[in-house]
Write a protein that binds this ligand. Structure first.
Ligand SMILES: Cc1cc2nc3c(=O)[nH]c(=O)nc-3n(C[C@H](O)[C@H](O)[C@H](O)COP(=O)(O)O)c2cc1C
Length: 305
């Protein structure tokens, strides 16, 4: 028996539950040199903004225990260049394409999403209301349930295909913001974005990031992410995408057991760009060994005390 790895996110069926996480493989061109992108359930692009952004000056990444801190500052080519230079490559890829969108105001998000609605190859958008590394937009929206609902509702008016709302863990109760995104019309929730952190050089007495603070990612945040998925699974009816420190098929299983339908791989791509291919292989083997006919049989099946 070959286990079925297909999963459904809203109206979109993925070949398998393994997606890339935004900001960890640009627009897919370099990753395509590591393996055919058709092996992924979906590719998620770097956050796209209305105008191009250079982001913060270097150093903007630094290692942390079991992870890394980044303060990239949403460096990206901007919407026009994305459509003219990056979409032609993405159009040729035989996988689901998710474009991650960011902005400094609700108007920015609406403008970008309205333009992307006219690009048929954009299968879904992921609305980044959770970036900790910019002054306006991002986390400012994602920590406020009212702003979250409003932003998603406005985007909903202009984008007709599935919308993923990407949530921040930098709140007291993530389920409150999750329900606000659902009320705004999100089809799917992805969680978590990075946790605010900093790193100080004891020799120079300076922060190791020019932005002073950054976002923590990698294995260090996996327990936080698992708890967040578990909590949100109990409080909304939307399909969830688990993100945070995932580096193996066993990590994927853990996230699916607490309620994720799919997962995204971020920081571990920097260490092992082939990782997603091995994870798909190992996940299939795990299911085979347990006589499970479909990966969906894992979703929400954690045996709680
Ligand atoms: C270098 C870097 C850049 C990132 N850029 C973005 C981004 O542009 N948009 C976004 O929504 N998330 C971004 N993220 C967050 C990741 O998509 C992901 O939510 C987070 O890193 C947790 O997953 P991980 O532990 O597997 O990396 C970035 C993360 C890293 C490490």
């Amino acid at each position: 028996m070959t286990p079925d790895l297909k999963v459904k996110l809203g109206s979109v069926e993925l070949n398998n539950p393994i997606m890339t996480a935004s900001g960890c493989c640009g627009y897919g061109e370099e990753l395509a040199q590591a393996f055919p992108l058709s092996r992924l359930g979906a590719l998620v692009t770097k956050s796209i903004t209305r105008e191009p952004r250079l982001g913060h000056p270097s150093p903007r990444t630094v290692e942390a225990a079991s992870g890394m801190l980044n303060a990239i500052g949403l460096a990206n080519v901007g919407l026009d260049c994305f459509i003219s230079d990056k979409v032609p490559f993405l159009e040729k890829q035989d996988t689901t394409i998710v474009v991650n969108v960011a902005g400094s105001s609700i108007g920015d998000y609406v403008e970008v999403c309205a333009r992307l609605n006219d690009v048929p190859r954009v299968d879904m958008i992921e609305v980044n209301i959770s970036c900790p590394n910019v002054k306006e937009g991002g986390i400012e929206i994602g920590t406020d349930p009212t702003m979250t609902e409003k932003t998603i509702a406005e985007v909903r008016r202009v984008f007709s295909r599935p919308i993923i709302a990407k949530l921040t863990p930098n709140v007291t109760d993530i389920s409150v913001v999750a329900r606000a995104a659902e009320a705004g019309g999100a089809d799917i929730l992805s969680l978590i974005n990075t946790l605010v952190g900093t790193s100080i050089d004891f020799n120079t007495w300076r922060p190791r990031l020019t932005n002073n603070r950054g976002g923590l990612s990698g294995p260090a945040i996996k327990p936080v992410a698992l708890a967040a998925v578990d909590r949100v699974y109990q409080s909304t009816n939307l399909p969830l995408i688990g993100i945070g420190g995932i580096a193996s098929a066993m990590d994927v299983v853990e996230f699916m057991l607490v309620g994720a339908t799919a997962v995204q791989i971020g920081t571990s791509l920097f260490k092992d760009p082939q990782g997603p291919v091995n994870i798909v292989r190992d996940l299939k083997e795990y299911l085979k060994q347990r006589n499970l006919s479909s990966v969906t049989k894992l979703i929400g099946q954690v045996r709680k005390y």
